[in-house]
Design a protein around this ligand. Structure first.
Ligand code: F6R
Length: 239
């Protein structure tokens, strides 16, 4: 794993340059994208670079990691809504080339169609990841099988509790989500994982220095040949 550290702003800008380089070389690249607070500065920088004419997503395709089950894009807590508002409407990507897993799949077989769609598009060139405090990537919580494809997950009560601040009440927080699996993520040609803050330091240490094992999903990234971590000084403080 390659590790890049700096301030949050510096590493977000460096990560943005990966997109500039990739899209210059391969304008039709397939991008794997993430939600959450971590990529917000990266997305703002991509919007700035796009407006400045330094990068174009006009021929790119995107596939997001995950979505809540039962929410459609009009719900302000859906990940589709998040992506439209934090990235897609600020860059020149064609709306029909952006993909977020459907929150309305009925079972894992239908969810796994997402893997087939990604493969048909040529596979992900650059996958962006954040990381949960327990090492989750996407909604792949500890002990998710290594060979998992896109699938439905039951959210833990602690995840629902953590997210309830965004909803009117706990009852409105979805009970399930659909996420790319570990296998789906590992298929990407290159992977960027970003993490900021002291709260992520422990899990970053396990991710980088621990044994790769499914109890820490992000540690499995050690088994991939092209992973770069973009960390602020706090997240890197235990390395
Ligand atoms: C987002 C996702 C999650 C987040 C992770 C970190 O699509 O799949 O795994 O990347 O929970 O979230 P933040 O960035 O809010 O700390």
């Amino acid at each position: 794993m390659k590790i890049i550290t700096g301030t949050r702003e510096e590493v977000s800008k460096k990560a943005a340059q990966r997109y500039v380089e990739l899209l210059a070389k391969k304008p039709e690249a397939v991008l794997g994208l993430a939600t959450g607070s971590t990529p917000l500065e990266l997305y703002a920088e991509l919007a700035r670079l796009c407006a400045a004419g330094e990068v174009s997503f006009a021929r790119a395709k995107s596939y997001n990691l995950d979505e809540y089950l039962g929410l459609d894009g009009s719900h302000d807590q859906s990940y589709r809504y998040f992506m439209d508002n934090n990235l897609f409407k600020h860059i020149d990507i064609r709306p029909e080339n952006t993909h977020v897993p459907s929150g309305f799949v009925k079972d894992d077989a239908e969810a796994a169609q997402y893997d087939a769609e990604i493969a048909a598009a040529g596979g992900v060139d650059l996958q962006l990841l954040g990381i949960g405090n327990n090492g989750h990537i996407g909604f792949n919580e500890p002990l998710t099988p290594y060979d998992s494809l896109t699938h439905i997950v039951k959210l833990t009560e602690s995840t629902r509790e953590a997210n309830k601040r965004f909803f009117k009440s706990i009852d409105e927080v979805p009970t399930h989500a659909v996420t790319m699996g570990i296998h789906t993520v590992m298929q990407a040609r290159s992977i960027i994982l970003m993490a900021f803050g002291r709260g992520k330091a422990e899990i970053i240490k396990k991710t980088v220095q621990g044994r790769p094992e499914i109890s820490v999903p992000a540690s499995l990234l050690q088994l991939h040949t092209d992973v770069t971590l973009y960390l602020d000084e706090d997240a890197a403080s235990l390395l």
